[in-house]
Design a protein. Sequence first.
Length: 332
Amino acid sequence: MEIKLSSPLDMHLHLREGDMLKTVVPLTADTFAGAVIMPNLVPPVDNLERLRAYRAEILEGVGGHAFEPFMTLFLKNYTEEQLLAAREEIIGIKLYPAGITTNSSGGVASLEAAEQTLALMEKLGIRLMVHGETNAFVMDREADFLPVYERWAQKFPKLQIVMEHITTASAVALLDRYENLHATVTLQHLLITLDDVAGGLLNPHLFCKPIAKRPEDREALAAAALQAHPKLSFGSDSAPHPISKKECCGCAAGVFTAPIALQVLAGFFEEHGKLDNLQTFVSDNAHRIYGVTPPTKTVTLEKTPFTIPAKYGEVVPMWAGREIAWSVKSVA
Ligand code: DOR
Ligand code: ZN
């Protein structure tokens, strides 16, 4: 059995810089036609000069692959002039509440104070992408943030808002209530719950933020993805950390899925009899929602077993060592 995917897109990706970037960029660019690049570097990508240099570094790492990086800025208080200058070079601006996740200490300390920038973004037609968590109890952080999405969706009706990496059934339900709300969902949140992270022996390679939630949440996310809900795009949130930062006390948050994402998705959609919806979920929805035109790329996946490598460089992928049913046959 085979499936051909046309120009798959990853609408939420971490690439880092330097040697790590050199290791991981080709692993995405091999099979994806484009990806939304997160700006949580140290220091963050919060000005055009840094954004252009980062884009150049990514393109150098991409080598011969046809691949378009869709750049994002890290949200701070920007002036209208700064936003106008950046508008054509970005797909959106990413808001991190201060300190909520990896490299977010320079994020937004006051959500109210951020609204002046959101109003400018609405006026200029610049998309807002959000890490939607508060500092509530860890399992409740996303649910606690949902009223903020509702407030902004109402207060800024022309602002396109992407709820990044949603993990709860309540977030899925919100999609149908506000025209200007969209979302991304990761690979791991379609497949795992908190039980897989911490229910048995602790698995640091499945630890990410937002943390994986309850079975009923996973089911709601899976149902939305499998039907290729028109307001949902695939965003892996593939977030590489070296093994020394994962297998230690004080494990960094992030699951590395870039090189296995399409193969695992194919298995997941096939198991549920929804392989016909995979193209819409990993490509068509994002093309339409974000209005992007990445290079054309055809990925052929086949139902031939593939054992996930133990490591890619210094990074351990999700499900390292596991045999999965689908593999990449060719990319053209
Ligand atoms: O698990 C995560 N890792 N969640 C994030 O929000 C950031 C990411 C990273 O940059 O490692
Ligand atoms: Zn992320």
